[in-house]
Design a binder for this molecule. Structure first.
Ligand code: 4NP
Length: 163
């Protein structure tokens, strides 16, 4: 990569950064690698809360992801910080509460970077349901919604930022 090449930074955000946003991080990273754009698009994830800082993704999220060839095991939870709003180009909330929490912390100059992740998907469902207190089906549903939105997000970035 030349030093002047454009880089696009994407941050996936949920509450705990152990279920939904690590799944979104892993799936979107995989799409970026498949497109050969790993030197252009950077992906990370974080939580609005600090409950699980330093933890691996939830074992149920890792299992469902791995069954579909996404390895989340190197990820560790962290909390969103002020620098994230400056450094990332897209800050993508998994649900409306996450988005409201991000809006309340985000300087007004950077608010245009905040979106619901599923706004990039083709589903009518606009929030990734929190699977933490539910059964395995919830984790499968998270993965399906995330895969769909990851495809839409990559297409959007290619058109808006990389064309
Ligand atoms: P996530 O799920 O926001 O998708 O990582 C949750 C993880 C932990 C908790 C809630 C949601 N919790 O209450 O500890």
């Amino acid at each position: 990569m030349t030093s002047g090449a454009k880089r696009i930074k994407v941050l996936m955000v949920c509450l705990g950064n152990i279920c939904r946003s690590p799944t979104a991080h892993g799936v979107f990273q995989s799409r970026v690698i498949a497109a050969g754009l790993e030197n252009i698009i950077e992906v990370d994830s974080a939580g609005t809360a600090d409950y699980h800082v330093g933890s691996k993704p939830d074992s149920r999220s890792m299992a469902v992801a791995l069954k579909n060839n996404y390895d989340l095991s190197a990820q560790r939870a962290r909390q969103v910080c002020q620098q994230d709003f400056e450094q990332f180009d897209y800050v993508l909330a998994m649900d409306r509460q996450n988005l409201a929490d991000l809006r309340s912390q985000c300087p007004s100059a950077h608010r245009s970077k905040l979106f619901l992740f599923l706004d990039f998907g083709s589903s009518k469902i606009k929030e990734v349901p929190d699977p933490y207190y539910g059964g395995d089906q919830g984790f499968e549903k998270v993965l399906a919604l995330v895969e769909d939105a990851a495809d839409g997000l990559l297409a959007h970035i290619k058109e808006r930022d990389l064309a």
